[in-house]
Design a protein around this ligand. Structure first.
Ligand SMILES: Cc1ncc(C[n+]2csc(CCOP(=O)(O)OP(=O)(O)O)c2C)c(N)n1
Length: 589
């Protein structure tokens, strides 16, 4: 062996690593700072490699919460969230969080351990067909049996998760692939011939869209989660101001246009405002940006926006025309497409402005009229705390700047109605899957991504009990999340539907024996308080804000409050029920 060869061999030997170590090197190259996970038998080699690796691991208390926390991290930061679980039950416990990430287009990479490759198919201990189970739950997934594939697959997974329409990617790695040794060579280029992402948008279509915008008499921007994912919030604001058009932001799009912006109307749809829903019904042009024409927004689809032409911009061609036909489709990345649109709109502005300015004034007069007729206003109580009042106070104290990770139910809708988000990535929730149990672990991820931010986790007394073990994670890692339980003693949203549509036959919705949160918080080693009266609310929230560590608050709100406006299932969105029906007067002789 000559000297030169010996040197080469030594260099090659020095990067001989275990699959587990290669995996961590790849994560580090993808700038991963933190993994949310839970260990087990087949992932032992990975945890052994983590022992001496700088990447942080947050030990959540249930794998489902690892996937929710990774999603919360991704939603709050725009970066890929990473979660990890062992084979079998560990992997299956991740499923809900991955489906949630899939439906809300959130970039997550999930690493799961798998039994050794020669045991696959033998019903080995903790063997589950994770690859098969996750196929419909993820944007893409891999089963890695060979240590030599680890690096390529991990980098591909990050690429797929974060490009185009973002989504979760699963990497299932056998124990022998984690233990095996291979030479690690960094991967610099990704070759995926079958995976193409169109980002620029068709120039001719963009020009036509700009013409349609100037020609419209009553345009309405309908902006969704795509605005947040593509980072197109500044462009959206410029567009809305340029054409001076009212805008609604969906549950996934809140903060895409600042909540305090004069052109922002509100959330549309089932619990949207009167003005938002009337605006969509009466407009003559919908400028749909990164939205899905979701049933919770459209109500009865055949009656949705009957007078409107539709411009639909989305990175995913499969979304265009899925629910509502688009008169003008544009496939592309919103940030780029809107920037181009603005350029052309400015070019065309001199010809268009006089005529459209007049029409716009009339349109705004109608929108303002609807806003004045039925404003979205909180209800205040003097003896008992109204749920809307709780959200109003959280809004006051957070002033458009706090991160709010919500669970699912009535509280989520009131939070979306009454808390203002002046920037993207502040409002975090399980929008499409609507998964209870998301709020607290979502906040764990969001706080890890933004250590300096004020983070609220808002949950109902039902959803809170689904994720209560994560209080230990808050204390364990010193995460100063303010956990606010809106306690109405019921699975409120289901009770509301039973009351309104099932003759008030309340079945399996009463939540008796809720724990004493002051004792519960103390048991976990954090501060906690029960708030019973409106008079205490403001100071209690201030106390939570002033507390340097995590804080648990049980806010007893009136039990039978319902979320309004409400579009009943199957109704058109202009057929809103605006307020509780007046009690029928008792007939007297
Ligand atoms: C995992 C899961 N199970 C069931 C549901 C159906 N569901 C939707 S809202 C709701 C009630 C939530 O009650 P709570 O957490 O107390 O919140 P509230 O509605 O009272 O604000 C239920 C059961 C769900 N969305 N997610």
């Amino acid at each position: 062996m000559d000297d030169c060869n010996e040197e080469g061999e030594l260099a090659a030997m020095s990067n001989l690593m275990s699959g587990a170590r290669i995996l961590l090197e790849c994560l580090a190259r993808e700038n991963v700072e933190v993994i949310f996970g839970y260990p087990g038998g087949v992932t032992l080699p990975l945890y052994d490699a983590l022992y001496e690796h700088p990447i942080r691991h947050v030990l959540v208390r249930h794998e489902e919460n690892a996937s929710f926390a990774a999603s919360g991290y991704a939603r709050a930061s725009g970066r890929v969230g990473v979660c990890c679980a062992t084979s079998g039950p560990g992997a299956t416990n991740l499923t809900t969080g991955l489906v949630d990430a899939m439906m809300d287009s959130i970039p997550v990479v999930a690493i799961t351990g798998q039994v050794t490759s020669k045991m696959i198919g033998s019903d080995a201990f903790q063997e589950a067909d994770t690859f098969g189970i996750m196929r419909p739950a993820t944007k893409h997934n891999y089963l890695v049996r060979d240590v030599n594939d680890v690096a390529r697959v991990v980098h591909e997974a990050f690429y797929i998760a974060s490009t185009g329409r973002p989504g979760p990617v699963l990497v299932d790695i056998t124990k022998d692939a984690l233990q095996g040794q291979a030479h690690y060579t960094p991967v610099h280029e990704i070759h995926l011939p079958g995976y193409k992402v169109v980002t620029d948008g068709h120039a001719g279509q963009i020009r036509r869209a700009a013409q349609m915008m100037w020609e419209a008499q009553r345009p309405m921007v309908y902006a969704g989660g795509g605005i947040i994912h593509s980072g197109a919030h500044d462009e959206l604001r410029e567009l809305v101001e340029l054409i001076d058009c009212p805008a609604v932001c969906t549950l996934m799009g809140l903060g895409g246009l600042p909540g305090s912006h004069p052109n922002f109307v509100s959330l549309p749809g089932m619990h949207g405002s009167y003005a938002a829903n009337m605006g969509l019904t009466e407009c003559d042009l919908i400028i749909a940006l990164g939205v899905r024409f979701d049933d919770r927004v459209t109500g009865r689809l055949s009656a949705f926006a009957p007078h409107a032409k539709v411009i639909h911009v989305d990175i995913d061609p499969a979304e265009i025309g899925k629910n509502r036909a688009a008169d003008l489709p544009i496939v592309g990345d919103l940030k780029r497409v809107i920037a181009k649109l603005i350029k052309i709109l400015k070019e065309l502005q001199p010809q268009a402005s006089e005529q459209s300015a007049e029409a716009r004034q009339e349109w705004w007069r109608r929108v303002h009229g609807w806003q004045a007729e039925h404003p979205l206003e909180p209800v205040f109580g003097t003896d008992e705390i109204k749920p809307q009042q709780l959200m109003y106070e959280i809004n006051r104290i957070s002033n458009g700047k706090a991160i709010v990770s919500s669970d699912v139910g009535q509280h989520q809708m009131w939070a979306a109605q009454f808390i203002r988000f002046d920037a993207p990535r502040l409002w975090i929730n399980s929008g499409s899957l609507g998964s209870m149990g998301f709020g607290l672990p979502g906040a764990v991820g969001a706080q890890m991504a933004n250590p300096e931010a004020t983070v609220f986790a808002i949950a109902g007394d039902g959803g809170f009990q689904m994720s209560v073990p994560e209080l230990a994670t808050l204390v364990n890692y010193g995460l100063p999340v303010k956990v606010i339980v809106m306690n109405n003693g019921y699975l409120g949203m289901v009770r509301q539907w039973q009351e309104l549509f099932y003759n008030n036959r309340l079945c399996a919705v009463e939540l008796s024996s809720f724990p004493n949160v002051e004792l519960l918080a103390a048991a976990y080693g954090m501060k906690g308080r029960i708030v019973r009266t409106p008079a205490e609310l403001r100071s209690a929230l201030q106390e939570a804000m002033d507390e340097p560590g995590p804080y648990l608050m049980d806010v007893r709100v009136s039990q039978y409050e319902n979320v309004y406006p409400m579009v009943p299932a199957g109704a058109a969105i202009n057929e809103m029920v605006l307020a509780p029906p007046q009690p029928v007067p008792v007939a007297t002789k």
